[in-house]
Design a protein around this ligand. Sequence first.
Ligand SMILES: CC(C)(COP(=O)(O)OP(=O)(O)OC[C@H]1O[C@@H](n2cnc3c(N)ncnc32)[C@H](O)[C@@H]1OP(=O)(O)O)[C@@H](O)C(=O)NCCC(=O)NCCS
Length: 111
Amino acid sequence: MRGLGIDIVEVERIEERLAKRILGETEMQIYEQIVNPEARRRFLAGRFAAKEALAKALATRDFDFKKAEFLRLEDGAPVPSEKTIELAKNREVKVSISHEKKFAVAVVLIL
Ligand SMILES: CC(C)(COP(=O)(O)OP(=O)(O)OC[C@H]1O[C@@H](n2cnc3c(N)ncnc32)[C@H](O)[C@@H]1OP(=O)(O)O)[C@@H](O)C(=O)NCCC(=O)NCCS
């Protein structure tokens, strides 16, 4: 294992305007399709946690959060985009996200 990161985010502190700052194009498409406002906020909180967890796993925040996208497989599982894998110097990147009403958490592994 080359890197490990975890992050926890309080959902109610997440504001809608954060979406434009941190979501990549594909993440934004997913976000905009979520109708329920609370579910939208949880999704945004989860993606923010995943990007912060990636920063910890890479030991740097010196990258554009919009470029570090976590896409969604058909079954709902999050996966790193090609660009995110490039940021990790083409190493394998694993991510897991969970959210409840109050908190969202994410873990990222670099292998
Ligand atoms: C995956 C599953 C367990 C999520 O459980 P949950 O308690 O409702 O939701 P959580 O808050 O813990 O997690 C939500 C996050 O799980 C992730 N997720 C969704 N489906 C997933 C899957 N199949 N595998 C891995 N992660 C998944 C997503 O990142 C999601 O957040 P996002 O939509 O904002 O990206 C649930 O959707 C499920 O039972 N799916 C069908 C069975 C399955 O595929 N299970 C895989 C693990 S046993």
